[in-house]
Design a protein around this ligand. Structure first.
Ligand code: SF4
Length: 558
């Protein structure tokens, strides 16, 4: 496969691009069509210096000379390739700061993301993650819906020590953010679930080994999200990833993966489309490289708002995408495959489940993904004390303890409860997620984590016996990091008017979205805007109507 590492040499104005196709009337900044000159500031920053190179400057200059020494182009651009974002300065509310530029909200502290890529975290890794939280992050640690651990309050001076500790146990922050192949979502029960179609662990490890940190794939038009699962619940939200490999059984060739491309949410949500091809396990890394190469070379770089793979897939359609993938990047025709069956079960893995080896896995629920350093450290101790194999994070801000012997399950459940991690949570706690929000995120308009935590408690009181999960995804702005559009009740943070006509924190409501069995976007009803203070009453009234009027077997979204 041809894999140009940096902008392809310009083919000159008016000449056809690498593909031989005529240029489009107005360039979108697609390298493969010869548009290699940076068309915006982000593209210029990436061209000026490969963002991966900023690591050396962090180690040798910035961590020694302090925050004030950091070059703005590194601070607001390249730092992301190493999982670092400046966090929002404390005390700045969405209303007062709506007109400010993002950099005007910079604090001197950083958010730091550690990618886990669906891997099993052993006792030592958990204790290292916990120690970093306690020693350098004011005890913060969030489990994100991309299976990252996200810290806050990080000082630049501490970053080298944090990397040293992480890397000593095989963890990294490389390409956890930025226009790069971000953290992969992997099935939390890969290799152990009794009902698994195929174990994709090897493929994710191999993609990471070959391509993460490879400069050839570190300058993409924008972020590139990967998901892979061999579990029939499709437990990695494949519909909303740029590329997804979903376990399926080919009638002749056996277990492998269906390839989906072009999913993503934010302000222009699109569900991933199925290419209708079957990829065997050992060809997954090559197929992944081919898809990311299509994105790198043909992705739109002129406008950031159109620079995700979903726009290219929407413009081309799946037939053309497949043709380009096969002819220009793989050099072979892929095997046709019918789509996998739609999932009939939840993919959050909460509760106690039998593994295929006779042991058990236990899915436990922090509230909206929020834990702390003490919990992580204790989790490591529990894994060791109960002889478990380790912990995986989920795409639903939960965690799963794997490899638990049957006679240790109840004792483990009791210990988890003492850490605030329930394996038998209420349906509200189980099904509510929240993004980072205004506490730390510079793009946020409203508070999310704290408001969602209060909401869970409120709904547990009002509907203690809710007999069916109703998903509530709380987001602080239109970027939909906690998947606004695919929840039963999706909440997008914005300023709204209260009864006295004052602008206050609130949400636009999206109703009836979902993934899996019935993937669709929730309806955005103009009238359904709610103040943050009125959220509990609003959700309660919507749920009351559903419970009173539902027919046998009718879900909230149907
Ligand atoms: Fe920040 Fe908005 Fe993403 Fe929430 S949805 S984490 S507020 S960018």
């Amino acid at each position: 496969m041809t894999s140009p590492a940096q902008p392809l040499p310009s083919t000159g104005p008016g000449r056809p691009g690498r593909s031989g196709r005529p240029r489009p009337k107005r360039g979108e900044g697609q390298w493969a069509l010869g548009y290699t000159e940076p068309l915006n500031k982000n593209e210029q920053t990436k061209k000026d210096d490969n963002p991966l190179n900023v690591r050396a400057r962090i180690l040798t200059i910035y961590s020694k000379r302090g925050f004030a020494s950091i070059d703005p182009a590194d601070l607001r651009g390249r730092f992301r390739w190493w999982g670092l974002y400046t966090q929002r300065a404390p005390g700045l509310d969405g209303g007062k700061t709506a007109s400010l530029e993002e950099h005007e909200l910079d604090d001197e502290f950083f958010m730091l993301r550690v990618r886990t890529d669906g891997a099993l975290l052993g006792a030592d890794q958990l204790r290292v993650l916990g120690g970093i939280s306690t020693d350098f992050a004011r005890d913060t640690a969030d489990i994100t819906d991309r299976q990252n651990i996200q810290y806050h309050w990080i000082n630049i001076e501490d970053v080298p020590t944090i990397w040293e500790r992480l890397e000593a146990v095989g963890l990294q922050t490389q390409e956890a953010c930025g226009d790069s192949p971000r953290a992969f979502l992997g099935s939390p029960v890969a290799g152990v679930a009794a009902d698994e179609v195929i174990d994709g662990t090897w493929a994710l490890e191999e993609i990471k080994r070959r391509y993460i940190g490879d400069p050839a794939y570190s300058n993409l038009p924008r972020k590139f999200k990967t998901a892979l699962t061999g579990h029939p619940s499709h437990d990695v939200a494949p519909e909303v990833n740029d590329v997804a490999f979903v376990g399926t059984v080919h009638p002749e060739h056996g277990p492998g993966f269906d390839l989906w491309v072009g999913g993503g949410l934010s302000t222009n949500p699109m569900l991933a489309q199925k290419l209708g091809v079957w990829i065997p396990l050992d060809e997954v890394p090559d197929a992944w490289e081919a898809v990311i190469s299509v994105f790198r070379d043909y992705g739109y770089r002129r406008l950031r708002s159109r620079a995700r793979l979903k726009f290219l897939v929407a413009d081309w359609g799946v037939e053309k995408f497949r043709e380009v993938l096969e002819k220009e990047f793989l050099g072979r025709t892929l095997v046709d495959c019918p789509s996998p069956p739609v999932p009939q079960l939840s993919g959050d893995h909460v509760g106690v489940h039998a593994q295929k080896d006779g042991r058990f896995y236990v899915g436990a629920t922090p509230t909206v993904g929020r834990i702390d350093g003490r919990v992580l450290t204790r989790l490591g101790d529990l894994v060791e004390a109960h002889g478990a194999a380790g912990v995986r994070l989920t795409a639903y801000q939960k965690l799963v303890i794997l490899g638990v012997e049957g006679d240790r399950v109840e004792a483990l459940l009791a210990d988890l409860e003492t850490l605030g991690l329930s394996a038998r949570p209420s349906n509200w706690r189980r099904s509510t997620m929240a993004c980072t929000g205004i506490e730390f995120c510079k793009l946020a308009i409203v508070d999310t984590k704290n408001r969602a935590t209060e909401l869970v408690a409120e709904l547990e009181q009002r509907f203690p016996d809710l007999d069916t999960p109703i998903t509530v995804n709380v987001n602080g702005c239109p970027n939909a990091c906690a998947r606004t559009q695919v929840a039963d009740i999706g909440l997008k943070g914005q300023l709204v008017l209260d009864d006295d006509g004052r602008q206050v924190e609130g949400f636009q409501v999206h109703l009836g979205g979902g993934l899996g069995l019935d993937p669709k976007f929730g309806r955005k009803l103009r009238a359904h805007k709610v103040t943050s203070a009125g959220l509990g009453d609003y959700v309660s009234s919507v749920v009351s109507v559903y419970l009173a009027e539902r027919e046998e077997g009718e879900t909230f979204a149907s």
